[in-house]
Unconditional design. Structure first.
Length: 81
């Protein structure tokens, strides 16, 4: 993580690509960078976290299948939404 102008940036050590963290706050930049690193290191954890957030919004969301989506779509299509 480094400072350029008034914004914090991070650099991918594999590709060398530099990206803005879009913040001027160092503690927020550290949190964003930690989240980016965790996303790469723990992809399974991201799936678990996503399901947790989704189930908080709609408990049935994580059990729905594409068949459910297509049935709902067909139902709306024939009823004119």
């Amino acid at each position: 993580m480094f400072w350029r102008g008034e914004v914090f940036y991070c650099e991918d050590r594999v590709t060398g690509q530099q990206r803005s963290l879009q913040t001027r706050d160092q503690s927020e930049a550290r949190r964003i960078l930690q989240a980016k690193n965790d996303a790469v290191k723990l992809p399974q954890m991201n799936l678990v976290m996503a399901k947790t957030y989704l189930s908080a919004q709609d408990p049935k969301m994580i059990t729905r299948t594409w068949a459910d989506v297509m049935t709902r779509f067909a139902h709306c299509l024939f009823r004119g939404f």
